[in-house]
Design a protein around this ligand. Structure first.
Ligand code: GLN
Ligand code: ZN
Length: 775
């Protein structure tokens, strides 16, 4: 047995699970119907993997909602507020979604935002990003009364279900996937208690041992135990926990394949190599730097699984290059060398074949989950002297074609990148001088009011966009409708009394897609969905080639808005880092390089906006923080190029053109220096929920430029009162000079309705007026 897989997308080829889940939650489908759909997906996934030649197939990679939540219910880590006499799947759903059929949060920036205010009785568990992916898990909650105990039996049912599929003479087996005990504890959050998390390890291990015993009783030979925190920089206590923990699991009646991914092992290489388990899976792509080292060090009487088929990206594997890397491993490990994707395939779309609208040339360079399985098999066969020569040759041809492709390589972009050091990274003069000319030019009152960009995206707006996309209305009709919307939001802003206007973004479906669709080098799939959390999926664009801007992207709309009013219109762009972060990116050049290309395209847009009379321009960088690498030691390098890309985008404007940026859902403490280096004249951030706590970082750092700390939470339909907002800004003004403060909501308003937006903004403007009297 030498090919295996770590996990397969569970959402279904056409997002069947999503639709069935949502229908079930609405009461339109029964639990039996949901279960039937889930089983169908699992069976189909098994068949797909078997047909592709995968011998050891993952079980328990399926989840109705989330794999970490699966672990929590399996281990009995169920907060009191959800416990009931008998566990059932409803408990898990409540843990994920809250007791009340909640609105599922707000999704402007690929995050789930919990509602504000005092938590209600059955409030949902918090969500966090799974390492540096765009997948979100439900954070396990630990309380004083948390006791580990096998609670949810779904794992064992699914294992039995899978084993029943085994047929005589077939060289396949099933491998349950568990999140390892150390990673599970690391991800968990201590709630009321100060019991150090690691003190719970012994009790947790007892239950793991029981689980492994039960799996052995069912006839399981191998269990995959995921410990991705081995890719992080761990404290000595956590490293010791691996040694102590796995010493206990050594007695396990099943063989353990310890799985790490997303990173090198760094200083944990020794620990990982010496744990008493039967084998180790290693991400040979993200961990490329240490692969040879690991091959040299790992004992050859154990299994070493190497992942060189990218589970995080959508490109075809360079099979010959991979084989080259695997040869030494094969020589040492022989039958003990296993081949797999680099990590679970959860993070890539399911099947490339269904994409019939993609450029055929581009399609030739891509591989989604299903195609990646085939690559695993091709590698394994080649290593075992059964090379499929035609398939390998076809792979090489595709890779060669890609290297020379005109679709991917654009000489003009390359030439511009080659002269990158001619692009200034600094504005002409420092902020202290810019602010003087900007204040004189814009003549804004103290505490100027503005919004973050989008206004309510009404049903009518969405419908018009859809009709245009389908060709049901002409371009002229579409433009007219959007202009009417822009005119409308200008009138409303006038009536409300906002100081700096926006055009409202009615023409944008999504802040990345909108720009990606207009840039060369970007492609969009039809069905390339990836699970983000629960039933929510995202369809990241693919940055396949050199990025350039064939023509201005936003000038037409911003200029139209500016013609509607004497007030200042703030132009609105998505920054290069966010464009990069929420897309699949090229693997034939660095992220930095790709980011620079986007930044140059945006730079042109900024200059065109300025020339068209738009003298305030906001560049959203909602994803700056989530781009941080997993290892802290890599942060500085990332922040260097991320910040430079912003400076490159903005440095060309005149001193009296005002650059804004916006970041939501960020903690700033450890990146504040980089944020300051971006040198935006104004930054707007999300602060209302933290009661301005996020501002501390700016205060402590003596952040020199202007700040608009969000005064109300746009994720909630509640209308904030004047007093609430006055209080918040006053709090901010205790530490930040009033001349540097702006008044604005936390984020864009696109998911809100007008009935709450208008009164909220009226109160916000009133709050600014109150403050002006006091300062
Ligand atoms: N300008 C965008 C909007 O208002 C910003 C969204 C975001 O930061 N996520 O919708
Ligand atoms: Zn935002």
């Amino acid at each position: 047995m030498t090919t295996h897989n770590l996990g397969y997308p569970r959402i279904g080829n056409l997002r069947e699970l999503k639709f069935t889940l949502e229908a079930y939650w609405k009461g339109e489908k029964t639990l039996a119907e949901l279960e039937a759909q889930a089983r169908e997906i699992r069976y189909r996934n098994f068949r797909t993997q078997i047909n592709a030649g995968i011998e050891l197939i993952p079980v328990n990679d399926f989840a109705y909602y989330d794999q970490v939540l699966n672990m929590s219910t399996l281990l009995g880590v169920i907060p009191k507020r959800f416990r009931q006499d008998r566990y059932d799947v409803e408990v898990a759903f409540r843990m994920a979604r809250g007791r009340a059929p909640s609105d599922d949060g707000h999704h402007c920036c690929n995050h789930n935002h919990q509602p504000t205010g005092k938590p209600k009785a059955g409030y949902a568990g918090a969500m966090k990003k799974w390492f540096d992916t765009n997948y979100h898990y439900i954070v396990p909650e630990l309380y004083d009364d948390t006791e580990f105990e096998i609670t949810d039996t779904r794992l064992f049912d699914e294992v039995a279900e899978a084993l029943a599929l085994k047929q005589d003479g077939q060289n396949i087996d099933f491998k349950p996937v568990l999140i390892g005990p150390v990673t599970y504890l690391h991800l968990a959050e201590n709630k009321e208690t100060f019991i150090p998390k690691l003190n719970r390890l012994p009790a947790l291990l007892e239950v793991y041992a029981q689980i492994l015993q039960k799996l052995a009783d069912l006839g399981i030979e191998w269990v995959q135990i995921d410990e991705p925190i081995l890719g992080l920089e761990l404290t000595p206590e956590w490293r010791q926990a691996f040694i102590d923990g796995y010493a206990v699991l050594k007695m396990s009646p099943v063989k353990l394949l310890l799985a790490t991914y997303f990173e090198t092992l760094g200083d944990n290489l020794d620990i990982a190599s010496n744990l008493p388990v039967a084998g180790l899976h290693y991400d040979g792509l993200r961990g490329a730097k240490q692969l040879d080292d690991l091959i040299a060090r790992y004992p050859s009487d154990k299994v070493l699984s190497v992942g060189l088929v990218d589970g995080r990206n959508i490109w075809k594997t360079d099979l010959y290059a991979a084989l080259d890397r695997l040869k030494t491993a094969k020589a040492k490990f022989a039958e003990n060398l296993w081949i797999a994707p680099s990590c679970s395939l959860l993070h890539v779309p399911v099947d490339l074949e269904v994409e019939d609208k993609l450029n055929p040339e581009l399609k030739r360079y891509l591989a989604f989950a299903k195609q990646k399985l085939t690559e695993v098999k091709l590698l394994d066969d080649a290593l075992n002297g059964k090379a499929d020569e035609p398939a390998l040759a076809a792979n090489r041809q595709a890779l060669t074609a890609k290297t020379h492709s005109k679709l991917i390589h654009d000489a003009d972009v390359q030439a511009r990148i080659a002269r990158l050091d001619e692009v200034a990274l600094d504005r002409a003069v420092p902020y202290a001088e810019r602010v003087v000319v900007q204040k004189a030019k814009f003549n804004l009152p103290l505490f100027p009011t503005t919004t973050i960009g989008s206004f309510p995206q009404t049903q009518a707006i969405r419908q018009t966009r859809l009709k245009f996309k389908k060709g049901d209305i002409s371009e002229a009709q579409y433009i007219e409708a959007m202009q009417a919307e822009i005119h409308d939001v200008c009138t409303r802003q006038q009536r409300i009394g906002i100081d700096v206007f926006v055009h409202g973004e009615p023409e944008r479906n999504d802040m990345v897609e909108y720009f990606g669709e207009q840039l060369d080098g970007y492609a969009f799939t039809q069905y390339g969905w990836v699970q983000s959390y629960g039933s929510r999926c995202v369809k990241p664009p693919i940055i396949y080639g050199d990025v350039s801007r064939p023509k201005p992207m936003t000038v037409f709309w911003s200029q139209y808005a500016q013609n509607q009013t004497d007030k200042i219109i703030k132009g609105m762009l998505t920054g290069a880092v966010t464009m990069l972060q929420w897309s699949f990116v090229r693997n034939d050049q660095s992220r930095e390089q790709t980011c620079n290309q986007i930044a140059l395209a945006l730079r042109d847009e900024v200059l065109d906006l300025e020339a068209a009379g738009i003298h305030m321009i906001q560049i959203d960088e909602a994803a700056l923080r989530e781009g941080l690498p997993l290892k802290k030691s890599d942060w500085a390098d990332y922040l260097r190029w991320a910040v430079n890309s912003f400076r490159m985008t903005t440095s060309g404007v005149a001193n009296d053109t005002q650059i804004h940026t916006h970041m939501c859902y960020s903690e700033f403490n450890d990146i504040i220096e980089a944020v300051a280096q971006m040198d935006a004249d104004v930054i707007t951030i999300e602060t209302s929920k933290s009661q301005m706590k996020l501002l501390d970082a700016f205060v402590d750092f003596d952040y020199p430029n202007e700040i608009g700390p969000g005064v109300y939470d746009i994720h909630s339909p509640n209308i904030p009162t004047v007093e609430q907002m006055v209080d918040l800004i006053q709090k901010a003004a205790q530490n930040i000079p009033a001349e540097r403060l702006w008044v604005n909501p936390d984020c864009g308003l696109k998911t809100r309705g007008w009935q709450e937006t208008e009164p909220a903004l009226i109160n916000m403007v009133e709050a600014a007026k109150v403050l002006r009297k006091r300062f």
